[in-house]
Structures are given as C-alpha cells and as structure tokens.
Design a protein around this ligand. Structure first.
Ligand code: ATP
Length: 463
C-alpha cells in the first residue's frame, strides 16, 4: 500500500464515512455493548442490503451471464491436510516485530514501506534499515513469522489430532472439488468455478475500518486453463475485473491495475496483478488476479493421492490445468463504493435544519443502492393511500415508507443513504392517480401514473 495521497484525502473523509455508516445503519463495530472487539464489524439493515447487492452483481457477472463459469458453496471447515497441501501451514505468515518498550506489534514489511522502501519484504532489509518503533521509538525484536490461520478443535477432544483451521481463503474449497464439478457440470477446460464466502485471518495489524479485518467475505473465481493458454487468460481476467468495478460506477481515476514484482509474489503465484483503489488512506488492493500455475492442483494430487489431471478427448492432451484466480473482498469493495459515492453538495433538499450546512448524497449505482424507492406522503392525511403503493412496490423492490417530519428532511435522509427515487404522494395524486418521482442525482421531478410505477422503476433501475 503506497502512502501517496488520493484525490479524496484532502478532508476527513474516512471519519465522515465511518460516522455515516454507524448512524444510518450500514456498519456497526462488533460487540459494542461489551466494549467492542478489535477489527470485527457487523453490518446493519442498510449494510446487509448493500453487501447482498454487491454479491448479487458479482454472481451475475461471473456466473449467471457466463456459460463457462459455475458456482460452488464449500464448507468453512475442511480436512486439515488441505492446508498442508496448500502451503498455508508452512508459509501463510506475516513477518512480525514487537516493540520491547511499549509492547506494540507491527508488520515488518509495513514498517519498511513507511520508510519508502518497496513492499516486497526480506528480513535482511529490515536489519539494514535499523527501524525503530513508530509509536515510541523503542527497540524492536527480531523478525518472526506469525501464521495467520485461526485454529479450532473438531469433536469432543481438544488434542492435536482434532485441530482444524477456519479457512483463510475460499479458493481451496474450489480446488478440492475440481473433479466433482468437472464430472457433475459437463464443463470442459477452459472453465471456472466461483464462490462467495467467509474467510478468516488472524491479521497482526488490522485497520482502516473494514479494509482489513479478521473475519471477511471473499468473492473468488478459479479459472482452469490449458497451460499453453495461461497468459491469454491472465490478461483477459485482469481487464474483466477492472471493468467490473468501473461498470458499477467507481471513478476511473481512482482505479488502477498494478502488476506485482517477482519478489512480491505469494508462494503459489507465478504472476499477479492487483486492482487498486485510491482510498483516502492510500492506493490499496481491492482485488488480486493471480496466475497460480498448477501449484494447487499438483499439491492436492500429491497429498491426496488422487489423480487430478485433465484429459482433453479432442486433442488427446493430458495435463494438470493452470489456474487464473480472481480474488476480491466484499467489505473492501463495499468501502470503495461508499467512499466513491460520498458527495457533499450545497443545501438542496429544502430541509430547514440543513440550510446552513452541506448535504450528503450517496451516489451509489442504482443496482447497489440498499433502498430503491422511498414512498413519502406529503401529509399525514394521505398516509393510507400512499401506504398501499408502498405495499404494492415492496414485492418487487426494497422500499421504505416514511411519513414523519417535513418533506425536505425526508428527502435529505434518503439522499444520505443513496435511495435513487423518492416518490411523493400529494393531494393532487388523489385525483390524477399520479405520483411525483424525484431522481436522486438530477433532482428532476416527473409525474408518473401510479399504475405504471412498477414498469417505470424497473426500467430506471435496469432490472
Ligand atoms: P493484503 O496484501 O491487503 O493483506 P492479500 O494480498 O493477502 O491482501 P489476497 O490473499 O490476495 O490478499 O486476498 C484476496 C482479497 O481478499 C483481497 O484483495 C482483499 O479484497 C480480500 N482480503 C484479504 N485479506 C483481507 C482482510 N484481512 N480483510 C478484508 N479483506 C481482505
């Protein structure tokens, strides 16, 4: 993660996002009434909608609209041998140092980065750089490797034989099901398997709100290819994934693809490129696209003793497929979508209370917006008729009904949570059976026949 300031870092944007997220029910700190638990977050009523919409869009792009990718939902707990085969028991660790004075713990590679050195870590660089504690300038311990996997026990006995891990990535569940999916789905190479699910990493230095947490969700796809075609597919997926974020409205200027240097590569990777986003705290990884070669399937073949080679009946070729992986985090993309959508404007809603301050609009893509339409009766006297419209629309869209407070205030509330359409039912509506539809971004107001509302919204929302 580079420390280069992003275009949005000129203000306290992160603080504003964290505060909005809590106040309006996107993200809550976990276990708050017990004093909280470090870097675990819960998603509130709007957060869970936004998360589901992100996952739905990913699934649609990666599975539904493709003939060559199928889905999977594998267990979080798996045979412990899987993590030996995958290299995670031996190699899934971060270099760690402790301060001898204040006892704070740091990632050695992050400290080097802070000194302007490359993020590809070597312990000898650390010694040479004579780094001291960034908090108290105390002396640091030698670099130690710290395994990031959470351990637990399965069954009644707590001994070494019953030790298992919470998965640190969803990918391995895909590799160990490669043959099952191949046999069951009538796919042939090249094809992919996609999965969305929780992953757990005992990160040493979590932080930046939901950017790095110890429990998170991944959206991963493993694409199995003929080794001869691996470069072509790597380029293809690198572009596809960058485009996905763009297509959902992330500002092009804030997105870029960065290829890894060879020393940065993870133990399984031959080549890697990150999709990065200019967060207020710096340009950072949103998603990784990796050429994992035949590392995973070969290792599982060796450790399980099962043949995982692929036979192409047409060309008579036999090989262990290479894998291109696309691996993104749900929470990281949610944070990027929030940051990118957050917009402050001069007062425009007509809310008396906000007359002298800026108003906030979350300009989320309509497909991602948690609430698609808010139904607002102009007067308490119109509540009954307006509620009927709400009940009709509810079957097709996530809607809110809000009858309390001045209309300007209600507009402002909906703008702040990114609702694309406010539907205002007024006295005229009783006669002409029309409702005023206000567009969040353009502020354009249109009278739409109540009988045509569903089709109108469907079209506007691209459903
Ligand atoms: P980093 O370098 O930021 O630790 P990584 O390179 O270890 O990430 P991968 O193992 O490639 O990440 O994981 C793929 C994706 O999973 C990341 O791009 C990110 O979106 C998400 N992810 C990984 N670790 C975390 C975490 N601790 N919290 C939230 N999301 C995460």
């Amino acid at each position: 993660m580079s420390k280069k300031p992003s275009p949005k870092s000129e203000n306290d944007l992160m603080e504003k996002i964290v505060s909005l997220a809590k106040r309006r029910g996107f993200v809550f700190p976990s276990s708050e009434i017990y004093g909280g638990i470090n870097s675990i977050y819960d998603f509130g009523p709007l957060g869970v909608e936004l998360k589901n919409n992100i996952k739905r869009e990913w699934w649609k792009t990666m599975v539904q609209l493709r003939a060559d990718v199928v889905g999977l939902d594998s267990g979080i707990l798996m045979h412990p041998k899987i993590w030996e085969a995958s290299g995670h028991v031996a190699g899934f660790s971060d270099p760690l140092v402790d301060c001898k004075s204040c006892k704070k713990r740091f990632r050695a590679d992050h400290l080097l980065e802070g000194k302007g050195m490359k993020p590809d870590f070597r312990p000898q660089d650390f010694k040479k750089a004579k780094v001291r504690c960034p908090e108290c300038d105390g002396e640091l311990t030698e670099v130690r490797d710290f395994n990031l996997m959470f351990k637990t026990f399965m069954g009644a006995l707590e001994n070494e034989a019953s030790e298992i891990y919470l998965r640190p990535e969803t990918a391995q569940g895909i590799y160990v099901n490669f043959q099952n999916v191949l046999n069951a789905s009538r796919q042939s190479v090249p094809f992919g398997i996609a999965q969305i699910g929780k992953a757990f990493r005992n990160e040493i230095t979590p932080g930046n709100f939901i950017f790095r947490t110890r429990e998170f969700e991944q959206m991963e796809m493993q694409f199995f290819v003929n080794p001869k075609e691996v470069d072509k597919w790597f380029d293809y997926w690198q572009k596809e994934r960058l485009n996905w974020y763009r297509s959902l409205g992330l500002n092009k200027e804030n997105l870029k693809s960065r290829e890894h240097q060879s020393r940065e590569l993870a133990h399984y990777a031959k080549k890697a490129a990150d999709v990065e986003y200019a967060f207020p705290f710096g340009q950072s990884e949103l998603e990784g696209v990796h050429n994992r070669g035949d590392f995973d399937l070969s290792r599982h073949q060796k450790y399980s003793g099962k043949d995982l080679t692929y036979f192409n009946a047409e060309t008579k070729e036999k090989f262990i497929p290479y894998v291109i992986e696309t691996s993104g985090g749900v929470e990281r993309s949610l944070l990027a979508f929030l940051v990118d959508a957050y917009t402050e404007v001069d007062p425009r809603s007509g809310d008396e209370e906000s007359k002298h301050e800026k108003e906030v609009i979350l300009k989320l893509d309509k497909r991602l917006a948690p609430i698609k339409a808010a139904i607002l009766p102009l007067s308490k006297k119109l509540e009954k008729e307006a509620r009927q419209i709400y009940l009709d629309l509810q079957a097709s869209f996530m809607c809110q009904f809000d009858a309390s407070g001045a209309i300007g205030r209600r507009y402002r509330r909906q703008d702040e949570i990114g609702t694309p359409f406010c539907l205002t039912f007024d006295f005229e509506s009783l006669n002409d059976k029309k409702i005023t539809v206000r567009d969040r971004d353009t502020m354009k107001q249109e009278r739409v026949a109540i009988g045509e509302l569903k089709d109108y919204l469907r079209e506007q929302l691209g459903q």
